[in-house]
Design a protein around this ligand. Sequence first.
Ligand code: APR
Length: 226
Amino acid sequence: MRITVLTGAGISAESGIRTFRATDGLWESHRIEDVATPQGFQRDPALVHRFYNQRRADAARAQPNLAHRALARLAEHHRVTLVTQNVDDLHERGGSPEVIHMHGSLLGALCAGCGHRWPAALVMRALDPCPSCGKPQTRPDIVWFGEIPYHMERIWEAVEQADLFAAIGTSGLVYPAAGLAQHARRNGAETVELNLAASAVSRDFTDRRTGPATEVVPQWVAALCN
Ligand code: APR
């Protein structure tokens, strides 16, 4: 079976990484326009780097959980396309062979001047020179608000070809990711949402599994891998 899986911050929550929109979430303690927009980076690059350096350190300390590991097992039994909005590398460390990071990665650096990409240092600074053009405009390789997510052509294609589309731990508030379930359904796929609570797009799913990812994802995968 062809299965396209979309994950969000909820899958990494039980690994100790804060989600965005919970009451103790990242966006409660930071202004989106300061730390997650190109304009915020222009205004105060040092603040933006402090934010992502901290997130990079938090992610490096975190360990993949049973939900990440279950998705690696799913890929051994089915043709899985794993798309994540997460910028941590817990899917990779949990054993998933190929991960599409539509919102970029904490492990990447991007030159705001020439667009060159390279592996991020654990601690990055805006004044770090680009290895290609030499300009000191280094930013994290993260897709910010107002920017276009990566790999969208490949993602739409995987959604159109899917027999089953699953969204795990995502609030359904940020597009285009939030529109993938509806697109999958229109193209004939079964759709399942796995989440602690209803999302903003729950109506687009034919099936819902409610609970913590470390419980509902392994159960769902086990049923598909018998
Ligand atoms: N198990 C399953 N789901 C969970 C868990 C858990 N343990 N904990 C939280 N959730 C669910 C919440 O119910 C919520 O629906 O995870 C979702 C987290 O939502 P958000 O914080 O909005 O995260 P996400 O959907 O990934 O955000 C999308 O927004 O800020 C941007 O670019 C950022 O990629 C991010 C995008």
